[in-house]
Design a protein around this ligand. Structure first.
Ligand code: GAP
Length: 449
C-alpha cells in the first residue's frame, strides 16, 4: 500500500470513530488530555463484546481459570517487589530535544524521526538518555502529612499475583490453574501516539497460569497459551496474513521474562505492531512477593507431596489495541460507480448493533407501527437491535454500514398488506432477501453462535 494511503486509513478510522460515536478524545471540551480517550455508545458496545469474548474463552468456558477483579490502587511496595520501581521494569529511556526541550522515547526510532521532521531539516541534537518511571503516582489520605503514596497499577498482573494465596485458600485449586482478569492499567507514556495504540490509561485482559516448576511443562504450556491467544485473536475476524508471532530478542525481554513472544498485527500506520504478549515469568513474581510481603506464597502439591513456588505463564492482551486493530481490519471501501461505500466488516459476534429495523417510509403510520412491533420482537431476542427512521433508506444504510451492523431489516407495504415478511439486507454483499420473521430469527441465531 502506498505510504499516504496507509496513513489515510488511520485518519479515516479516527474520524469515523468520532462521527459514529465509537471514540472521543478524553475531556475534549476542555482541550483534551493527551493519551486518554472516552468510548461512546457504539464504542462501549464493541469493547464490551470483545471483553465478553475474552472472558468466555479464557475464564467461563474453562474449569481451570478463576476470575478476579482486583483494585487499581496498590501500595508502592507492590511495585518494588515486582521490579517495576527501581532499576528494573516499567522504566523507559528518554531523550530531550535541545531545540524545543520536548522529551521522546530513546528506544523508539519512529518517535525520534517524527520529532526531527517537525524541525524541518534543522539538525536536531539530543540529550543523553535518562530513565523515566512509567508508573502513575497518587496519594491516598485527606491531609498532606498523613497521605500515603500509592500507584495506579502499571499492569493488571500484580493484582493477580497478590491474590494468589486468597485464591488458593478460597477455591482450593489444583495446579495447573490460572487467574483471569480484565481491567484498567495506567502508564506515564512519554509519547502517547497512534490513537488508541499507545495510551496513558488503557485496559488489559489476561490470564496468569500457574504450573509446576518444570522445564518441559513450561514449554508445553507456553506453546498452548501462545496458540490459544492466536486462535482467540483470529476469532475476532482477522485474516491469517494480518497476524504473526514474533519472539523477543534476549535484550528486549522484560526483567521478569524467561521467554517472550508477541502476537503482532500488520497495521496500515506503522507495519507490524504488538497486540498481545505471552511471557514465561518463571517464579519471579510469587518469589518476590513472598520476600517483600513475608507471606508464604508456595503451593503444596498433594500428588508429588512437595511444596514449591509455581511458575507462571502469562497471556496478556490490550483491549484498546484489539479494538483499534479490529476497526482497521474491518474498514472497507467499495467503489460503486462514482459512489464510495464505506463499511465495517465486523464479525457479527462483536458488532455493536446486530440488526437495524426501518419502516420504509417514516410518515406512514401503518409501516411505523409494524416496524416497531418487529423491532421489539427482535430486541427481546438479540438485545443489540436499533430502530431507525431518520432520513431516507439510503442514508440509514450508510449509517448502519459505518457502524458495522450486519443486517438491516425493512418493513414495507407487502409486510403489512400481504404478510410477506420483511426485506433483510446483508451488509457485506448489499443483497436483499425477503424472509419471514421466524426465518430471520433462526438465520441471525445461526450467524451469532
Ligand atoms: N503484564 C504484562 C504486560 O503488561 P505488556 O506487553 O506491557 O505486558 C500487555 O502489555 C498488553 O497491553 C500489550 O500487548 C498491549 O496490547 C497492551 N498495552 C500495553 N501498553 C499499552 C498502552 N500504552 N496503550 C494501550 N495498550 C497497551
Amino acid at each position: 500500500m502506498p505510504e499516504e494511503k496507509k496513513n489515510d486509513v488511520m485518519e479515516k478510522i479516527v474520524s469515523l470513530c468520532k462521527r459514529r460515536g465509537f471514540v472521543f478524545q478524553g475531556s475534549e471540551i476542555y482541550g483534551g488530555l493527551s493519551g486518554v480517550y472516552d468510548y461512546g455508545p457504539m464504542g462501549v458496545e464493541l469493547r464490551n463484546n470483545i471483553k465478553q469474548y475474552f472472558w468466555d474463552t479464557f475464564v467461563i468456558n474453562r474449569e481451570d481459570v478463576y476470575g478476579l477483579s482486583a483494585a487499581i490502587l496498590m501500595p508502592e511496595t507492590v511495585w518494588e517487589a515486582s521490579g517495576h520501581v527501581g532499576k528494573l521494569g516499567l522504566v523507559d529511556p528518554i531523550v530531550e530535544c535541545k531545540i524545543c526541550h520536548e522529551r521522546v522515547r530513546a528506544d523508539q526510532p519512529e518517535a525520534i524521526a517524527d520529532h526531527e521532521a517537525t524541525h524541518k531539516g534543522k539538525k536536531v541534537e539530543w540529550s543523553e538518555p535518562k530513565v523515566f518511571n512509567l508508573l502513575v503516582e497518587t496519594k491516598l489520605g485527606a491531609s498532606e502529612d498523613t497521605a500515603t503514596r500509592v500507584n495506579l497499577r502499571g499492569e493488571i498482573t500484580q493484582g493477580i499475583h497478590v491474590n494468589f494465596k486468597n485464591i488458593l485458600d478460597s477455591m482450593h485449586p489444583k495446579i495447573p490453574f490460572g487467574i483471569g482478569q480484565i481491567g484498567k492499567a495506567f502508564r506515564n507514556e512519554i509519547t502517547p501516539r497512534d490513537f488508541l495504540f499507545r495510551q496513558r490509561e488503557f485496559e488489559q485482559m489476561e490470564v496468569q497460569y500457574y504450573i509446576k516448576p518444570d522445564e518441559e511443562e513450561g514449554l508445553i504450556q507456553f506453546e498452548y497459551w501462545k496458540n490459544l491467544a492466536m486462535e482467540w485473536y483470529l476469532g475476532l475476524g482477522f485474516r491469517k496474513e494480518s497476524l504473526r508471532f514474533r519472539q523477543h530478542a534476549s535484550d528486549e525481554r522484560a526483567h521478569y521474562a524467561k521467554d517472550a513472544w508477541d502476537i503482532e498485527y500488520n497495521t496500515p500506520f506503522a507495519g507490524w505492531k504488538e497486540a498481545w504478549g505471552i511471557h514465561h515469568r518463571g517464579d519471579w513474581d510469587l518469589k518476590r512477593h513472598s520476600e517483600y510481603s513475608k507471606v508464604d506464597l508456595s503451593y503444596y502439591d498433594e500428588e508429588s507431596k512437595s511444596r514449591f513456588i509455581p511458575w507462571d505463564i502469562e497471556c496478556s492482551g490490550g483491549v484498546d489495541r484489539a479494538f483499534l486493530f479490529v476497526l482497521l481490519e474491518a474498514y472497507t471501501e467499495d467503489k460503486l460507480g462514482d459512489d464510495l461505500r464505506t463499511y465495517l466488516k465486523l464479525s457479527p459476534k462483536i458488532a455493536p448493533v446486530k440488526i437495524a429495523v426501518f419502516p420504509l417510509l417514516k410518515n406512514k403510520e401503518i409501516l411505523v407501527e409494524k416496524a416497531r412491533e418487529v423491532y421489539k420482537l427482535l430486541k427481546k431476542k438479540f438485545g443489540a437491535v436499533v430502530f431507525d427512521d431518520n432520513g431516507n433508506i439510503g442514508k440509514r444504510y450508510r449509517r448502519q454500514d459505518e457502524i458495522g451492523t450486519p443486517w438491516c431489516v425493512t418493513v414495507d407495504f407487502e409486510t403489512v398488506e400481504k404478510d410477506a415478511g420483511v426485506t433483510v439486507r446483508d451488509r457485506d454483499t448489499g443483497e436483499q432477501k425477503r424472509m419471514s420473521i421466524e426465518e430471520l430469527v433462526s438465520y441471525v441465531k445461526s450467524q451469532l453462535s
